[in-house]
Design a protein around this ligand. Structure first.
Ligand code: SAM
Length: 300
């Protein structure tokens, strides 16, 4: 086992090195004694450990791990997915913020030369350094739900390094990622993610698959960066600006919401029906609108 440390992480942030072990879940949330040690699940790290073998097998099957892949697991925890992934792929880099779990993983896989551990906050990881000279990254994990949205947006910034991502997320988030126009779940997250990736919701996972049990249902999603993209390239910031304005007040018409982005005298030139609302436009419409955003917010 090799331990990768600082060069892979950005300058240590708040949570990379600081470990305060006081805010844990109550004692009745101790993980089961199937483990050779007892670990108190830490709520602030979103710790819900997978315990259901059938679900674990389904997830590993969905990932299809294999040799010569560059597998990155975010939040290995107690290794529920790590072990079968490592067995199948022979090589895996895991990123874990909890220093106790990191220590346990390090000793457990000490005899596995293909296991690499980054102890720190995934939000500080320099993904480009993981990809150097390797196959495109395959990033997987039962994600800590409290950081899932910022993490997804961060990963999208590196989509050229990524082959695909298979994640467990809150069901509600997966439904938003996968939603199409006309649906209540369709919003900023849907448009931004679908601009960058193909989104496939694979299956649901009930709370009783975990210890401790989360209060919400979960689901597995596969995100595959488009290659080639079905959309013309646009500035991601311009796209974000248009989408944010449109969905900021999703019950209002585009005539009302888009005037925050486009000057009044140019609104009539926009290639969409301004009587519609944000949820009526497809990703292609948003891309066409984004292409018309000038740095100063005016129509090109
Ligand atoms: N993969 C394990 C499983 O399925 O049983 C654990 C999943 S648990 C939902 C999330 C894991 O992510 C925990 O091990 C937690 O300590 C870790 N984690 C939480 N925040 C993190 C962060 N910012 N960076 C890296 N790991 C993090």
């Amino acid at each position: 086992m090799t331990r990768l440390t600082q060069p892979i992480l950005q300058v240590a942030s708040h949570s990379t090195l600081v470990h305060n072990h006081t805010s844990s879940l109550p004692a009745d949330n101790f993980v089961s004694d199937q483990q050779p040690y007892q670990h108190r699940a830490r709520k602030r790290f979103g710790q819900n450990f997978l315990r259901d073998e059938h679900i674990i097998n389904r997830i590993v099957h969905a990932i299809v791990p294999g040799p010569n892949q560059t597998l990155i697991e975010i939040g290995p925890g107690q290794g529920a997915l790590t072990e079968p992934l490592l067995d199948a792929a022979g090589r895996l880099t895991a990123i874990e913020i909890d220093r106790d779990l990191a220590a346990q993983l390090r000793s457990r896989y000490a005899d596995k030369p293909g296991f690499h551990l980054i102890e720190g906050d995934v939000l500080d990881v320099v993904f480009a350094s993981l990809a150097q000279g390797q196959a495109a990254l395959r990033i997987v994990g039962n994600l800590p739900y409290n950081i899932s949205t910022p993490l997804l947006f961060r990963l999208l910034q590196h989509k050229e390094l990524i082959h695909d991502m298979v994640f467990m997320l809150q069901l509600e988030v997966v439904q938003r990622l996968a939603a199409g126009p006309g649906s209540d779940d369709y919003g900023r997250l849907s448009v931004m993610m679908q601009y960058h990736c193909e989104v496939d919701m694979l299956f649901k996972v009930p709370p009783h698959a975990f210890v401790p049990q989360p209060k919400v249902d979960s689901a597995i999603v596969r995100l595959t960066p488009h290659r080639p993209s079905p959309w013309p390239a646009v500035d991601a910031q311009a796209l974000a600006t248009v989408v944010k304005a449109a969905f900021g007040q999703r019950r209002k018409t585009l005539r009302n919401t888009l005037k925050a982005v486009f000057s009044a005298d140019k609104m009539a030139q926009l290639p969409v029906d301004l009587g519609l609302r944000a949820e009526n436009l497809g990703v292609d419409d948003y891309v066409r609108l984004a292409a018309l955003v000038e740095p100063d917010g005016a129509v090109a």
